[in-house]
Design a protein around this ligand. Sequence first.
Ligand SMILES: [Zn+2]
Length: 316
Amino acid sequence: MKWLAGIAIVLAALAALFWYAVLDGSAPAQSEGEFDLAAYRSLVANDAPETLPTSVHVEFVGKSTAPSFATEAGAFDRERTMSYNSFQIVAPGGDTIIDGAVDRATLTEMSEGKGSFDETAYNDVLAAMTRAPNVMITHEHLDHVMAIARHPEPASIAANLDLTRAQLDGLPEHAPNGQLAPEIAAASPADYTTPTRIAPGVVAHAAPGHSPGTIVIYAKTAAREYLFIGDIAWVMGSVDHLRGRPRFITWMISGVDPDRVSVLRQLRELHDMRAQNPELVLLPAHDDAYLRGLISEGVLAEGFTTPAPALETTPQ
Ligand SMILES: [Zn+2]
């Protein structure tokens, strides 16, 4: 019966590999120090109420689907819609744009031609970046940078960029022919190692893990608080169920979760932060169903606002 023992060993090894590659994504039981909500709040505590952001908007630029187990380890329910988005924090003193989404070519490549792309939404993002005094990205991956790395008028956005060194270093590979526009290449890097106030009610803080340049962005409106978490979680289920991405995805897609230990710690802290601050709105970049739920609750608005056209002066 030696062969039977041999088969048992092989099956056990395969089961262990399956668990390791597909099922395991557990966040630790405890973590602290990845985020500092108290610091974010105190940095904007003295901002005059009339200067605070008034609303948060999203442009759904592209869309594709993924099996649930590929987005959240151990989730075997249904297909997930991943949308590729850009966010706008509207404020009296000027807007903050977060993330540059995908262009059509990138969406087609990422989705192997199966995704959908909204040209009007992408053009709205390109235009909003020229007007917003603060243009940021949650991280430097391809589905967050295209409206910056491939902006048709780079000179019109260069002065608005608030990107870190790690984020700027990630842009050239996505630029046309691998050549970043000189205006963007010359942008001076920001440093968010410690929580940093960007504008009234808006704070950025480095949170490396999913990528070296990953940051979170906190925003406070009169009505509520938001935390943009980029791709720390692809779906809110990762925060709710304390499960990160499966390892096989990080082997398949280069650059995803180079510091997986930190990502899992961050998921634990986001989970706890949400439990302790039920009013805080977490905004993952891609969870289409969750983001659309926030829109129906009135917490998030679909489509960017555009400034009112200047009044025409009638010749006398
Ligand atoms: Zn992403």
